[in-house]
Write a protein that binds this ligand. Sequence first.
Ligand code: PMV
Length: 362
Amino acid sequence: MPTSAFIHTTSGLTIEKGSVTWESPSNIALVKYWGKKENQIPANPSISFTLSNCKTITTLYYKKLSSPSDEFQFEVYLEGKKQDDFKPKINTFFKRIEQYVPFIKEFEYKIETSNTFPHSSGIASSASGMSALALCIMSIEKELNPSLTDANFTKKASFLARLGSGSACRSLEGDLVCWGMHKEIKGTSDLFGVKYPYEVHKNFKNYQDTILLVDKGEKQVSSTVGHNLMHNHPYAENRFQQAHDNLSKLIDVFKSGDLKSFIEIVESEALTLHAMMMTSLPYFILMKPNTLEIINKIWSFRETSGLHLCFTLDAGANVHLLYPENEKLEVLDFINSQLVGYCQNGHYICDSIGFGAKLISK
Ligand code: PMV
């Protein structure tokens, strides 16, 4: 599909003002996206569980300007407080999407946003935040072009969200979303996320994700810097191939419900992501001593209990614990007795896989 297919065509309808609210969840990658080409095209395909409780709620107020402006006209509020430091990222997002939604310069905006998770939790809000904002913009497009189908609405929202933050394009639907072309997965594209189209065993239904907040500080390495480290990285080509291979293996795993293989793939992906950062120039270690303590505890718990708890990591020190729903009681017991001491202020967030974004009001 060419990107030109996403350019808005005018219907002749006009709007004076309005508002729309969307909520959109975060997601956690099983096969990681790390490395990109120009225009936010991923260097390898990825797949994620959409989350349910960790989400961003965004209201976009829009009002027609008397004449289109040269600059994007908007104000941003986080939890009711004006947040000027969000403006450069949103401005870049608007610049990237303008050619696909040229009407955006005809309005001025107030963006009101809030997260269900604390802003200073070390949980990136870019996936949920950018997908929620992309959906709000798409609601204006739908008002201008009512014939837009739901399927095309979601596809274009994912396409736009990707231009804000790559992983955001995997937050619109659930419960498993792929992004990036993969030869064995029908419908996959580098331009937008798609729902995983094949059979998924009941073992993965309502899978749990408990996020241990090891370090609530700002990210040490921004994603943009991180992705760029994969250019001229000595292991880049092997890593990109490995992501393709891991996705192929996951197709069988999702079908058979083989949790042992699932764990192996997911933990290997997390450690590879960090290995890429440790072996780039400049190099980074984003894990903290407590991240490693937790990983070792998980491994010995798994050994002694025979349960299927595993971990994954984002580009930071926090640990996502993934486990099947029917092991929840034992795992929560283990977290409270053995892991909570490694979390900053004893904080962790319980989440589970979810089904994507929701329109709250229009
Ligand atoms: O969407 P970005 O540019 O913030 O990159 C996200 C990268 C990882 O979270 C580390 C992996 C992923 O696939 O979500």
